[in-house]
Write a protein that binds this ligand. Sequence first.
Ligand code: ADP
Ligand code: MG
Length: 257
Amino acid sequence: MSTSPKSVVLLKHHLKALKLPTILSECEKVAARCAADNADHLTFLLRLCELELIEREQKAAQRRLKAARFPTAKLLDEFDFSARPSVNKPLVLDLVRGDYMTRRENVLLVGPSGTGKTHLATALGMAACAQGKRVRFWRVTELITMLREADQERQLLRLRSHLTKLDLLILDEFGYVPTSKAGAELLFDVIATAYERSSVILTTNLPFENWTEILGNERLTGAALDRLTHRCHILETSGESYRLQDAKRRRRQETKP
Ligand code: ADP
Ligand code: MG
């Protein structure tokens, strides 16, 4: 016996009220398929619930990606490990599984410009989003500007409470620009808070011994390094810039007879 059109309308109304949009849009198709397969009622319900859950999870993952504000999407699959032998590939493949976040460990990516630090940091961050983690990517200078503005507008508490809800903070490009005293203190505060409750991925072109040049204060630098390196994995991306390598490779190919 088929359902009356009136019942279908009523059902859709209820599904809308219950906020089950996927079940609403799919129920008739799935019902027809289940009828064709001779599937029982519970199987029908199971299939619908699965669809709703998958759709919800995908939407949530998209929202997390958007909220993380990665400058460009980068995947680990696109990273050519053979071009960067200094990078510990087994470690990266282990990190991408995300267990380091449960242990509140940090990842420091150290190396010259153009060697794939931002690429790796983004790839790890995107993987974390897919695993349901709350992530936010900042260039260090951007974060400091934001902190200083929030401080001036008496919004610092709000920004801090947002930061404490994150599972992973990505601080990109530490060391390109020296920070002011106030900026260094605000940045330190973020690092110290993250140390208590989340993971940090930090990329830098500066060896640790030069960090004082950026933070301008030996004591603060020591305290920041102490926290960042307490539980941390270090990835070194030494060598020549990838773009330069790539350009040279292409030129060699072009000049081949
Ligand atoms: P960094 O942050 O160290 O300055 P980036 O991660 O921004 O370097 O890398 C510069 C560009 O080169 C990016 O477009 C990045 O995707 C690419 N790149 C760097 N290293 C690799 C690599 N090993 N394999 C593929 N692409 C790479
Ligand atoms: Mg970079």
